[in-house]
Ligand binder design. Structure first.
Ligand code: ADP
Length: 634
């Protein structure tokens, strides 16, 4: 039986099938050039195998020489494809070494083509028949060596050096897969080059009398790469399955939570949305969306703010978090999205990809704005409650200027009867009437603002001295009626804070009324001291501090932790709603401050402390720029 023909044909058949299979795989994707190199190597081996078989079976020295020449070209192409495969697949080899190896191999193939005979032999004088695997085959008997063969040997050494270098580097990267490939692919390639180097070198030097067999070691290399690539294919198929399952889970979560996943290719300005992401953004599924086209769907009031946040994330922070409205509405209300993302950079530190997700938070926003409405209503209720309890005193407060106006007007009428009328006195009387009318007007104005259901909460630069003074003015009659002394010295250097005047006034009125109630509620003779409320203001580097202290009965220890709870009150029904302190704390905290009850230094009475953070320089400048009159209640 002709074993040589059988074995070589079988080997070529296997390589041909592998070549075709992997060529088709590469053709479907056409992205990975390393996958293209493999069918080229396999096809090169098929051709070399055919060439080797023909060499063994020929009887003519000239034909032998011609086949060796062809074989060198096939060998050169296969070696180049092997080197490129290692380079692209490992990604570790030194480029200059690769170029040197390729350059030397090209030079060797050129020498093979341009010199007489082939790279190995200038001429072959005679062939010899030997028995190999049970068959009679031809080998070189007498030949003249070509000196250019050294170039081929040098090329082979550089090839070996390159593959050893690339494999060692891959090995050093660590990881089971890397090491396995370095060993199987790198090892078999080095072995191939080494066998080729030694075997062909010895034959051409006449040291070895054997057939030229290069395709066999190549065959080992193809099997190693083929095995590796097939494992990759199986792994890819498994990963694709897992990916599909993950995508389905993600799509389910995305649809249930109204989440849009997105990716923005920063280099090419292309935005990708997950399948249900388009609907979350209210965008018609389109193949190409860039940043400009995306921004069209953002509510115009939020566009510049969002653009600024995105720019900052890409250029500086790398992290992204934003809440914004869309142009798209739902039930007539704007849709809100909350977005979180991260910028990814390439190895040169340039931002290349922006990846993240956006959640539809319209319902939460709706709930928040209900909650805000309820808070406003409660705040108003508490304000009206406090003023309602003081209505007697307020009526009295108003009565005073009205009574003064009446008596001045009566005196004026009488004086008009005198001949001649005293014009200087008349002027004085009219002046007093104007003053008292203004006073009454101010009281009505202040009360109207406090009673107004939609008291404006627009932020102004507010002078806290003015807030306290106005609150004391409004409570003037009540303070007199309760025979309470007020100690308050405004601090003229106090910086304004950005807040709502009415809301801060509500806080101080609550605290002062609570102190008045506490003082007048205690049994006579309990305190030897005359009733007194002290309001101390200080401006420290840590912020602005107010203390409202009274010499009433103080707060029992068991009540201390409940003071700020809504509806906690020790006052008789109809006198207290139990909302004042909780609402006051809410107001102060909205402006970044704190409201707490502190133990009095001398151990008697109650002390409440309000601390506001130091106003930022920006706020001060903004307040000055807008020319806000800090003393005017708004
Ligand atoms: P209300 O005044 O309607 O009771 P607040 O929330 O303003 O509601 O006050 C809650 C409770 O805190 C009061 O009922 C009282 O028991 C206590 N409290 C507040 N201020 C003082 C104070 N200056 N002295 C003693 N107790 C006080």
């Amino acid at each position: 039986m002709s074993w040589v023909t059988v074995i070589w044909s079988a080997g070529m058949g296997v390589c041909l099938i592998l070549a075709l299979m992997h060529f088709l795989i590469w053709f479907r994707d056409r992205k990975s050039w390393s996958s293209f190199c493999f069918p080229v190597i396999a096809l090169g081996i098929v051709c070399m195998g055919f060439c080797e078989l023909s060499l063994m079976l020929t009887d003519s020295p000239d034909e032998f020489l011609r086949l060796v020449r062809i074989g060198h070209v096939l060998f050169g192409v296969t070696v180049a494809a092997s080197l490129l495969f290692v380079h692209l697949d490992f990604g570790t080899g030194r480029s200059w070494l690769l170029l040197l190896a390729l350059g030397l191999r090209t030079a060797a193939v050129t020498a093979n083509l341009v010199t007489d005979g082939s790279l190995h032999f200038i001429s072959i004088q005679s062939l010899e028949k030997i028995r190999f695997l049970g068959e009679s085959i031809s080998i070189v008997n007498e030949a003249t060596e070509n000196p250019w063969v050294r170039l081929g040997q040098l090329a082979a050494l550089v090839q070996i050096a390159y593959v050893i270098d690339a494999s060692t580097r891959l090995w050093r990267r660590g990881g089971g897969l890397n090491r396995h490939r370095a060993l199987s692919i790198g090892g078999s390639t080095v072995l191939l080059f080494l066998v080729g180097f030694v075997l062909v070198g010895s034959i051409s030097a006449g040291a070895l009398r054997a057939p030229i067999l290069v395709s066999f070691p190549f065959f080992g290399m193809v099997l190693a790469i083929g095995y590796d690539m097939s494992s990759n294919l199986i792994r890819t198929a498994q990963l694709a399955k897992e990916l599909e399952a993950n995508e389905r889970r993600l799509a389910l979560a995305g649809a249930a939570g109204r989440i849009a996943f997105w990716e923005w290719d920063l280099k090419n300005d292309r935005i990708w949305f997950s399948k249900d992401g388009w609907a979350v953004f209210g965008i018609e599924p389109a193949s190409e969306v860039n940043f400009e086209r995306f921004m069209v769907h953002v509510h115009e009031d939020d566009r510049s703010r969002l653009e600024e946040t995105v720019r900052e994330s890409v250029e500086k922070t790398g992290a992204y978090s934003a809440e914004f409205r869309l142009v798209a509405t739902e039930g007539g209300r704007p849709r809100w999205l909350s977005a979180t993302g991260k910028v990814e950079k390439n190895n040169r530190g340039e931002p290349v990809l922006f990846r993240g997700f956006s959640i539809d938070v319209s319902r939460r926003k709706d709930a928040e704005s209900q909650a805000a409405q309820q808070r406003r209503e409660l705040t108003h209720l508490s304000r009206v409650g406090t003023l309602g309890a003081l209505s007697g005193a307020l009526a009295h407060e108003l009565n005073q200027p009205l009574a003064a106006i009446l008596s001045n007007a009566q005196v004026g009428r009488r004086r008009l009867g005198a001949e001649p009328p005293d014009l200087a006195e008349m002027d004085e009387i009219l002046h007093d009437i104007v003053d008292d009318t203004k006073r009454a007007g101010n009281i009505v104005h202040g009360m109207r603002a406090m009673f107004a259901k939609d008291a404006p909460v627009d932020l102004q630069a507010v002078d806290l001295n003015g807030v306290v003074a106005d609150s004391l003015k409004l409570l003037h009659s009540e303070i007199i009626a309760r025979k309470t002394r007020i100690e308050f010295t405004p601090l003229p250097t106090l910086p304004p804070i950005t807040a709502s005047f009415i809301e801060l006034q509500q806080v101080f009125i609550n605290l002062i009324v609570n102190s008045l109630d506490a003082i007048s509620g205690q049994s006579a003779g309990v305190s030897a001291l005359p009733p007194c409320i002290r309001i101390i203001v200080s401006d420290t580097p840590d912020g602005i501090m107010f203390e409202v202290a009274d010499n009433g009965p103080g707060i029992p220890l068991e009540n201390l932790e409940h003071l700020f709870e809504p509806f906690f009150s020790t006052k008789s029904p109809g006198k207290g709603l139990g909302l004042g302190l909780s609402i006051s704390r809410g107001i102060v905290e909205r402006y970044g401050g704190k409201l707490i009850a502190v133990p009095p230094e001398d151990g008697c009475g109650a002390v409440f402390r309000i601390a506001f953070p130091p106003p930022s320089a920006d706020a001060k400048v903004a307040a000055c720029d807008h020319g806000v009159d800090a003393d005017t209640p708004h």
